[in-house]
Each structure stands twice: as C-alpha cells, then as structure tokens.
Design a protein around this ligand. Structure first.
Ligand code: UDP
Ligand code: MN
Length: 459
C-alpha cells in the first residue's frame, strides 16, 4: 500500500513535470517569436532609413555635379577676349547686341565725367563680353571647346568679374559724390549753403526778432550761438541791424550760411551817442537807432492780415531757451516774463497771479513804471503796426529807463499778459560776453611787432 502510494506519487510528479515543461516551452517559444519579429521590424526600419540617406546623397551629388558642369561650361563660353568678340559680332547677324551695349555707354557718358567714363568703359567691356559670348553660345553651342582652354578661360573670366565688381563699386561711389555735389550746388544757388531750411508752419504766428549788433572780437561767437538757437525756431524772421555805416561781410555770410529767414540792415550810432574814452560807465543806451530802424522796416513791410505775429527785441549776447519763442508766439497784446541775471538779481521781472501782473520783483529802479528788461517782453504786431504806429525808443531816456519809456507809450500795467507759466519760469538769461582783454592786449603787441594773427582767418 505504501509502495503503490509512492509509485502513484512518482507518476504524478512525472506527469506534472511534463505538463510544466510543455507549458514553459510554449511560453519561451512565444517570447522568442515576439523578439524575432520586433528585431525584424527594427532592421527593416534602419535599412529603409539608410537607403533613403544614400539615395538623397546620390541625388545631391548628381545635382551639384550637373550644376557645376553647367556653370563651368557657361562661364567658359562667356570668356572671350574683346577683339575676338568684336570680330565675331561684326560677322554676327545679331547686331542688336552691339546696339544695346552702345546705348548703355551713351547713357552713362551723358551723366559722367572723363574719369567716370573709364570705369563705365571697363564695365561695358565686361558686359560686352558677356552679351556677345552668350549669343555665341545660343547660336553655336559648346561642342568644340577643349578642357585646358576651359580652365584658363574660367580664370580669366573670374579676374574680369572681379574687375567688374570693383569698377561697379567705384561707379556707385562716384554717383554718390555727384549727387552730393548737385545738392550742394542747388543750395548754393538758392543762397542757403551750409544751413538748414527755415522751419515753417502756416498755422502758427510769426516772430520778428530784432537784433542790434556791432563789430567786436566776440561778435561772431555771439552771433553763431544765437543763429544756431534760432535754427530750432519755427516761423522766425530775424531782422538784424548792424551798428555800422555798411553791412559787413562777416554778418552777411553768417546770415546766408545760417539758412534762416532774415533781413539785414545797418545804421551807425553817431559818436556823440556812444560811450567816450575815459567815461566810467555808459550813459548812452545801446542799439537804440538799430531797434528803431528795424521797427520801421517791419511797419513798412509786414502785412498783419497775411502775417500775424509778434516783435521781440533779442540782443545778440543773451541766452534764449527755444521754448521762449513758443511762449511769445501766443501774445495777443504785450506779453511779459522774468529775465535771469538782470536788475542786479538772480532774476528780475513781473510777479503774476491768475493771468495778471500783480507787481515786480526788482532790486534796482523799483520806481520805474515798467521795471522790465529788453529781453522780458514781446509785442503783438497789430499793436505795434496798427494801433501804435509811431512809438519808438527814446535815445534821450534816462539810464535804465529805455524800456519803461517805450512800454508806457504802448500799454498799461493791467493790460500786460503774463507768460512763462504765470511768470514762474525763466526762459531767457541776460548773459554778457566778457571782452577778451588778454587776447586784445596780446594781439596789439603782435601787431606792433609786425606779426599779427593771420587776418585772412575770420574769428
Ligand atoms: N550794441 C550796438 N552798438 C553798440 C553797443 C551794443 O548795436 O555800440 C548792441 C549789442 O550788440 C546788443 C545790444 O546793442 O545786441 C545791447 O548791447 P549790450 O549787450 O552791450 O548791452 P547790455 O548787455 O549792457 O544790455
Ligand atoms: Mn547784452
């Protein structure tokens, strides 16, 4: 019984083993089959990719080879010496090729000078070669050209091509130079050499700025600074009056070159109205006759119906903010504002509130009716030309009273229009250009020694 039990168990184990073995074998076989299939798929993908790469490379090679050979053949055939080509073209029924080249040449010759024509000639030689040999290529084909010839001709053509590029650049440079010359010539003819065009805006009132000026070492420096400020101002006409018996070259040239809109006048202050040697300070007002002459010109020449605007007395050595001009443009009657470095103070001028002048901030001459500096007011043209056509500056006015005696004739305190943000902004400085004593003294000494600074150099 025990034995049969054992035998029985053995057979069972064997049976179980067989079953397990068969099962495992099946599983392994399946896994292997799966692996083989996926390996096969991968191999196929890689192979397809490799084939694709090889094919596309081959294609490219073929393309570049064919392109290169086409270009080589083309460039080779394009290369011919000029004389050879001329001969061929002479016998060539395609005469229009020659005609075309000549037309190009003619077109350039009309515009350029001799030097430029050389460059054009060079350009045309290359063009000529290319055009004529292209026609040759079209007519005869490329059958009978030898390899050695081709190589040397390629080199020749490359050289010629470089020369062509160079000459083309030179031509472009010359063209630029010519254009600049033409522009400068045109502006010279208009008398505006070196300057900017005046800024104009038909919707804005005009400013007639009156400047007396006189000859001195620092005159040009002051006028250059002033004119270059005015280049920023729209609708400004500069009436500049020289204190001289004639209009000087220095001022004339400066005005023309500034490109500004201007009127250039002159009137000499007679000696008895000028400070004499030894006088401690100037009893006389400066620039009076000049300002009066300018007002006369404005009254006679400006039509206020066509040209509304204001008049401003703009001495030549002050410093002006360009915003000041936009302020004064708004003046309807007589506008006022403070002036820095005037009246013995950091700034002096009207005190204003709610659009009215309520008093004056002054140290010196507080009793004056209008303690206002020449640079601190502008007058509407209507008031000056139409309503008060007789008013001028009085050269006999007491020292410091030139402005008040003038303004009294034009307006009253309560009519004044405060400008520059109710007179709280300073937009003009009563700067004064110091006389260059060292330079004057040194130059005098050099003149005595017969070695002055070159008088042909303007300063
Ligand atoms: N001015 C003039 N003749 C002279 C002195 C001055 O025409 O003999 C001009 C000067 O060029 C300036 C204005 O008058 O435009 C006022 O002169 P300055 O600046 O010397 O006076 P200040 O600075 O003392 O007001
Ligand atoms: Mn001054």
């Amino acid at each position: 019984m025990f034995r049969s039990k054992v035998r029985f168990s053995y057979a069972r184990i064997l049976n179980e083993f067989q079953i397990n073995f068969a099962y495992e074998f099946r599983v392994k076989a399946m896994t292997m089959r799966r692996n083989i299939i996926s390996l096969f798929i991968w191999v196929t993908i890689v192979a397809i990719f490799a084939i694709h790469v090889i094919i596309s490379r081959k294609k490219n090679d073929i393309k570049t080879i064919s392109e290169r050979s086409i270009t080589e053949v083309k460039t080779t055939i394009l290369e011919r010496t000029e004389s050879e080509n001329i001969e061929k073209v002479k016998n060539n029924p395609m005469k229009d090729v020659v005609l075309k080249t000549e037309t190009t040449k003619g077109m350039y010759s009309r515009e350029l000078n001799d030097e430029d024509k050389d460059l054009v000639g060079l350009k045309n030689t290359v063009n000529f070669t290319i055009t004529t040999t292209t026609s040759k290529l079209l007519r005869h084909g490329d059958a009978n050209l030898h390899e050695e010839n081709l190589k040397t001709e390629i080199i020749k053509l490359k050289n010629e091509n470089n020369r062509y590029k160079l000459s083309n650049n030179l031509l472009m440079q010359k063209e630029k130079q010519l254009k600049n010359l033409a522009r400068r010539l045109a502006s010279k003819l208009k008398g505006k050499e070196g300057g900017l065009l005046p800024k104009l805006d038909p919707s804005l009132p005009w400013i007639f700025a009156i400047t007396p000026t006189y000859s001195r070492y620092t005159q040009k420096a002051d006028l250059i600074r002033l004119s270059q400020t005015l280049m920023h101002v729209t609708n400004l006409h500069w009436v500049i009056v020289e204190d001289s018996s004639y209009r000087t070259d220095l001022v004339s040239k400066l005005l023309v070159e500034s490109g500004l809109s201007f009127t250039h006048l002159n009137i000499q202050t007679p000696p008895h109205m000028k400070r004499r040697r030894g006088e401690k300070y100037n009893k006389h007002h400066r620039g009076v006759l000049q300002r009066n002459l300018a007002m006369k010109w404005i009254r006679e020449n400006v039509n206020i119906a066509k040209t509304p605007g204001v008049v401003y007395f703009m001495d030549d050595d002050n410093t002006y903010h360009r915003k000041l001009f936009d302020e004064m443009r708004k003046v309807h009657h007589l506008g006022v504002w403070p002036v820095a470095l005037a009246g013995g103070l950091r700034f002096a001028g009207p005190k204003c509130a709610k659009g009215k002048v309520t008093g004056f901030h002054v140290k010196w001459g507080a009793d004056r009716s209008f303690p206002i500096d020449m640079a601190g007011f502008a007058i509407n043209l209507r008031l000056l030309i139409k309503e008060k056509p007789e008013v001028i500056f009085e050269s006999t006015a007491k020292r410091g009273y030139l402005e008040p005696t003038f303004l009294e004739q034009l307006t009253t305190l309560d009519q004044l229009e405060p400008m520059a943000n109710n007179c709280t902004k300073v937009l003009v400085w009563h700067t004064r250009t110091e006389s260059p004593k060292e330079s004057l003294k040194g130059e005098k000494e050099m003149i005595k020694m017969g070695r002055p600074s070159d008088p042909s150099i303007e300063t």
